[in-house]
Ligand binder design. Structure first.
Ligand code: DQQ
Length: 541
């Protein structure tokens, strides 16, 4: 195990040991952020799923609490699966979750806090009348799961969505309830997209088109658009689309049918799945939690005794500059972990060059970087580059007129290992610039039993904008945000040499004929977060 201990991260949330997957029912209650999550208490692989539980004042430092719910009833004996929290008008809290029954049928169950005065929400009571929902006619017994947070209708009733599929069409059903015990299935579906398969972990929430603050899940009206997100069971990616919600008609319509749910934009082009957002009523923002799995072997996970992280909490806003994208950005509380900073200004990156940035130990970092290319150089990109695709390219080693250029992180001195975060600028058939944002893990480790890929996609770069990126580095995870969070890529990497004191950072420019200037690169050392069991003797909430 000596070779594995350092893969453990220092400021990303994870249980002390064993397996974690989806975030469940995130919420803020009486001064604490709560995170529940799919958890196997017995092993570092999926199974025997319970709800793990942790609380935090700031979503960065965490206390582990006892498991909140275990599979102990016929209706959830095969697993207490994913669910969501809803605050009722009187401030009371209800939790709906999927149970896998003794027959492995997916049903929905209600749970409420045993003691509403307990800020830690330690004990949960499963409702006597569970299950409150079973698969409706025409829906398969294993295609009915992951209830959303409910939103309120003008008549005071509550609506919520559950993901499903019919044949290969993924879809979101909507139910109406007043008490979370009895429900009516509404006619039609909120939305369906052919060919996208089973929709897991549907999320549905409003965003303000004037940007800025987040909206309560029930908000609607002028200046509001609705985001629909589905986690595609078939390809294990989270896709969102922005559109308009017609409550009366029980339907949601994407702004652009070409960028519909499951065929358009992803939250993250790397390893990121089964995410869930919640409205933080304390700080008036929408927070997104995403599950980051492993890309090593199951054997490795069993040896290291744990699997999975949570992405850092991301604040989600509507990008009113593009109108097509959301912006995802680490919650400002993450900045508290920043310690000493080194800044590098106006670094000239010649074609084919690699520039070391001396920051000392480089295993826990927060990096912001801005790159500039002269107008003439951009205009000189003549060739149409419609065929470029991060995933099928040569990654950081490929060469073109204007790219790739960017950063190498978790690299050793000789760069026998490196993870590249980079831009690649090409042109569309119509002559407009088309920028790609990619992350190349092909050389991230000398170990072989790993998935190594080039991740990425297009990122809109508007007139007058520099190429801007933020990268969070934490031992075995690289979370990268381009253009303020329009396009995000998270990867898990398992270097064997570029670890702890041996980890380095470089700038690189593999363009063939174009000079790139790193106008400003700021690199902070990041402290470790306190993530530890709650001490019931010493602490009082
Ligand atoms: N994980 C849960 C399901 C959900 C899936 C089971 C998504 O409820 O559909 O652990 O990762």
């Amino acid at each position: 195990n000596d070779m594995l201990w350092w893969q453990r991260t220092a400021y990303h949330f994870q249980p002390e040991k064993n397996w974690m997957n989806d975030p469940d029912g995130p919420l803020f209650y009486k001064g604490w952020y709560h995170l529940f999550y799919q958890y196997n208490p017995d092993s570092a692989v999926w199974g025997n799923i319970t709800w793990g539980h942790a609380v935090s004042r700031d979503m960065v430092h965490w206390y582990h609490l006892p498991i909140a719910m275990v599979p102990d009833r016929w209706y959830d004996i095969n697993g207490v699966w994913t669910g969501s929290a809803t605050f009722l008008a009187d401030g009371k809290l209800v939790m709906l979750y999927t149970g896998s029954t003794k027959e492995s049928v997916q049903v929905q169950n209600l749970a409420t806090p045993a003691d509403e005065d307990d800020p830690l929400l330690l004990d949960w009571v499963k409702y006597d009348g569970n299950p409150v929902l079973v698969p409706p006619p025409g829906i398969g017994p294993k295609d009915f799961r992951d209830p959303t947070t409910a939103w309120s209708a003008p008549d005071g009733s509550w609506l919520l969505s559950i993901g499903s599929r019919v044949n290969t069409s993924g879809l979101a059903l909507v139910y109406r309830t007043r008490d979370f015990k009895t429900f009516d299935l509404l006619d039609g579906v909120l939305h369906a997209v052919p060919g996208t398969g089973m929709w897991e972990c549907v999320d549905f929430y409003p965003v303000s088109t004037s940007g800025g603050r987040g909206l309560d899940t029930s908000a609607n009206g002028p200046g509001v658009k609705h985001v629909l997100k589905a986690s595609l069971d078939d390809d294990k990616h989270d896709y969102y689309a922005i559109g308009t919600y017609q409550l009366e008609a029980n339907t949601w319509t994407p702004d652009d049918p070409e960028i519909d749910v499951g065929i358009g934009i992803r939250y993250d082009y790397g390893k990121f799945y089964a995410s869930k957002s919640f409205y933080d009523q304390e700080r008036k923002r929408r927070v997104l939690w995403g599950w980051i799995g492993e890309t090593d072997s199951e054997r490795n996970d069993l040896r290291k005794g744990w699997a999975s992280l949570m992405a850092m909490p991301r604040i989600v806003t509507f990008d009113n500059k593009t109108g097509t994208h959301l912006l995802q950005w680490p919650a400002e509380e993450v900045d508290q972990l920043r310690r000493e900073m080194k800044e590098f200004s106006d670094v000239e990156m010649n074609p084919g060059s690699v520039v070391p940035l001396d920051v000392g130990v480089a295993a826990q970092l927060d990096i912001t970087a801005e790159f500039e290319v002269s107008k003439e150089a951009l205009e000189a990109i003549m060739e149409a580059d419609v065929g470029y695709n991060c995933s099928t390219s040569d990654g950081a080693a490929g060469r073109n007129k204007l790219g790739p250029f960017g950063l190498l992180v978790l690299a050793d001195e000789s760069r026998s290992e490196q993870t590249a975060v980079y831009f690649y600028v090409g042109k569309n058939a119509d002559g407009n610039l088309k920028t790609f944002f990619c992350q190349d893990t092909l050389r991230s480790s000398r170990a072989n039993d790993l998935i190594k890929r080039v991740y990425g996609s297009v990122v809109p770069v508007l007139d007058g904008e520099k190429f801007a990126v933020r990268v969070l580095v934490d031992h075995s995870i690289v979370e990268a945000f381009a253009q303020g969070g329009r396009t995000c890529i998270t990867s898990r990497v398992y270097p064997t040499k570029a670890i702890n004191g041996a980890a380095r950072v470089f700038l690189f420019n593999n363009a063939t004929g174009t000079q790139v200037t790193a106008t400003s690169v700021k690199i902070w050392q990041m402290s470790s977060a306190f993530i530890r069991p709650y001490d019931f003797q010493a602490q009082s909430a």
